[in-house]
Write a protein that binds this ligand. Structure first.
Ligand SMILES: NC(=O)c1ccc[n+]([C@@H]2O[C@H](COP(=O)([O-])OP(=O)(O)OC[C@H]3O[C@@H](n4cnc5c(N)ncnc54)[C@H](OP(=O)(O)O)[C@@H]3O)[C@@H](O)[C@H]2O)c1
Length: 262
């Protein structure tokens, strides 16, 4: 079958996207072309189901998903732009690379930016999305709708905020679980006990939040007046709010440096 979707880069995020497509069956493997300089198990598995590794004929490509590091995109794109049809859509999942910079190489093709989390591999991701045209927005729906909760933004600049808050945010959540576990270990729990407790506590809390997206109400539900939770929150809340504000600001600053080629 001919290649409709070309995945460029099969690293942590590109591999997660490919796994999500395979898991959900939302994009037939036989329609996918994959460009990856080194062999990847996930790409080999897709090839076994019909994906084309290093396709030569790009004439049927409808969408290119660019999942390389920001420092690599220009060289990769300069090679590809002349081979991919002029009507194809470009979806970038890269941090920091702006649509107007991509248009310098990809010309008038519709451009979309998607900022997913790697949980797309289990079809449990979230992705902030922005598309320059309705064709670009349709391509986002088709390729990422089955893998992630899509959060469209109106202005491309908001993708940068999502990059700092959500693209990087999964690691902030992992770091929170790790720190909570460490506090338990410091007070006598084993590593396993502490990680099991921290992880299941956070997972259960997230499950409740998904059913009842009201963090204020849920905090109040656990923190009875004069109780243990209230005592802990008195320490956590003021610092956490400031800390996460500074954390997102630092990530956003790095997005801006990267967008300038840093
Ligand atoms: N990781 C995340 O959670 C996350 C979240 C949101 C956005 N992003 C964005 O996703 C992009 C990729 O990040 P990543 O974490 O997946 O990085 P990564 O693991 O380093 O993957 C990048 C991949 O690009 C491949 N590559 C390099 N040159 C190429 C070429 N000429 N043609 C095709 N593929 C090429 C590399 O192949 P080799 O391995 O063979 O060198 C590598 O596997 C970045 O722009 C990042 O901002 C990542």
């Amino acid at each position: 079958m001919s290649v409709r979707t070309l995945l460029v880069g099969c690293g942590r995020l590109g591999g997660a996207i490919l796994s999500g497509w395979k898991l959900t069956g939302s994009v037939p493997m036989a329609e996918i072309g994959i460009l990856t300089p080194s062999r990847k198990a996930v790409a080999d598995a897709a090839a076994a189901d019909g994906a084309d590794l290093s396709p030569r004929d790009m004439s049927s490509v409808e969408t290119v998903v660019l999942a390389v590091k920001p420092a690599k995109w220009r060289a990769v794109s300069e090679d590809l732009a002349s081979q991919v049809p002029v009507g194809a859509t470009l979806i970038s999942v890269m941090a920091a690379v702006r649509a107007d910079a991509m248009a310098e190489v990809w010309g008038h093709r519709p451009i979309a930016r998607v900022m997913p989390t790697t949980a797309v591999s289990q079809a449990r991701g979230v992705a902030a999305t922005w598309g320059s045209t309705s064709q670009a927005r349709d391509a986002i729906e088709r390729l990422f709708g089955p893998l992630a909760k899509l959060v469209p933004v109106e202005r491309e600049a908001e993708i940068d905020v999502a990059t700092a808050m959500s693209g990087s945010g999964a690691a902030f959540a992992y770091a929170f679980v790790r720190a909570l576990a460490r506090a338990g270990i410091a007070r006598g729990l084993t590593d396993k006990q502490a990680l099991d407790l921290a992880l299941a506590t956070v997972a259960g809390a997230v499950g409740k939040l998904e059913m009842q997206p009201n963090p204020d109400g849920l905090v109040a539900e656990v923190a009875s007046p004069g109780g243990t939770t209230e005592a802990g929150l008195r320490v956590l809340e003021p610092s956490l709010t400031q800390l996460l504000d500074r954390t997102v600001a630092a990530s956003l600053e790095r997005v801006e440096e990267l967008s300038l080629g840093g």
